[in-house]
Design a protein around this ligand. Structure first.
Ligand code: MRU
Length: 314
């Protein structure tokens, strides 16, 4: 299934908000429509939004709009995922060097797919036969466009005959676990969805051999941001002596930040918490805090899986 495609100035995006119940696409003819799609999580996952962002810059340039202003708006759509800013930076540099904007965006897209393909193969080497692996959020092909990152590692390990079993965090408040379960069903990979709060108990019962997650921004010292709940998992894994891996392409690196302290953390609308799946679950006077990401310190990470291999430090 095509997740993102670009032709004749139009970006077609699979609407992930509708999955797994229907396969619908939205059509973006203008960069502002892409910005809206990124903000509203029609397309999500750091590498996938970077590809959408690259094409959005190309659209602005192609229509002779103020593409530098457009670039600012695109980068601000989701501030934590550095892949998006890296993609926009790549586009601006290329456009200023008078390269063709659509070719540049395609080059970015292809480079993301190549990186993720390679990291999945490196990561699959780490997965032992019949390993029970816990993962968070959605990091499969949907989050990239192809291949995936952390979930891509597990899909690749499965294809190599390693027979992994996956514990799927449901990932409140937006339930990206539903996307992960859907992708695992298509690959016939055995798995069970768990409420996020079950992870500690499963680890205590020795039912988790490894934790693997993606990343939205990895700093110079290895601290990284990922979906809210990742930090708790890393602390739990450390406490139980379970290896904890981060899988991300190098497009998720931010070498301008020494540590995770200054990573901008996106805060989203409180209604995502108060109205799960659009249904009000709280009194009308209740309010909520909705950080979309958290930061995990490097000392909780066993290793980083990138397209270059597996390292103790990024
Ligand atoms: O808010 P989302 O669904 O975009 O968050 C996605 C994640 O946190 C992923 O783990 C991360 O982007 C890596 S995706 C390959």
């Amino acid at each position: 299934m095509e997740i993102l495609s670009f032709s004749n100035g139009i970006l077609k995006i699979l609407d992930q908000r509708k999955l797994p119940f229907s396969n619908e696409y939205i059509i973006c003819q203008d960069y502002r429509e892409v910005v809206r799609a990124i903000k509203e999580m029609v397309v999500r996952g750091a590498p996938a939004i970077s590809i959408a962002g690259a094409y959005a810059v190309a659209q602005a340039k192609g229509k002779k709009q103020d593409f530098e202003r457009a670039a600012e708006e695109i980068m601000a759509a989701r501030p934590t995922a550095v892949d998006l800013s890296n993609a926009v930076g790549f586009m601006l540099e290329g456009i200023n060097a008078e390269k063709d904007e659509v070719e540049l965006a395609k080059e970015w897209e292809d480079s993301i797919y190549e990186k993720c393909f390679n990291l999945c193969n490196h990561g699959a080497e780490l997965i032992k036969e019949n390993a029970r692996v816990l993962t968070h959020c959605n990091t499969g092909p949907l989050a990239v466009g192809k291949h995936g990152t952390a979930l891509g590692v597990l899909i690749t390990a499965h294809k190599k005959g390693k027979n992994p079993f996956v514990w799927v965090d449901e990932t409140r408040p937006r339930f990206q676990g539903a996307l992960t379960s859907w992708e695992l069903l298509q690959e016939h990979i055995p798995h069970k969805v768990i409420p996020d709060s079950s992870a500690g108990f499963l680890m205590q019962k020795e039912e988790v051999d490894l934790v693997i997650v993606g990343a939205d921004r990895i700093c110079k010292n290895g601290d990284f941001a990922n979906k809210i709940g990742t930090y708790s998992l890393a602390v739990l894994a450390k406490h139980h002596g379970i290896p904890f891996y981060v899988a991300a392409p190098t497009s998720s690196l931010d070498l301008s930040l020494d540590t995770g302290k200054n990573i901008p953390i996106e805060k989203r609308d409180e209604r995502e918490v108060l109205e799960p799946m659009g249904v009000r679950a709280y009194h009308r006077d209740s309010s909520a805090m909705n950080y979309a990401f958290d930061t995990t310190p490097a000392d909780l990470v066993t290793g980083y899986i990138t397209e270059e291999g597996v390292r103790k430090k990024p």
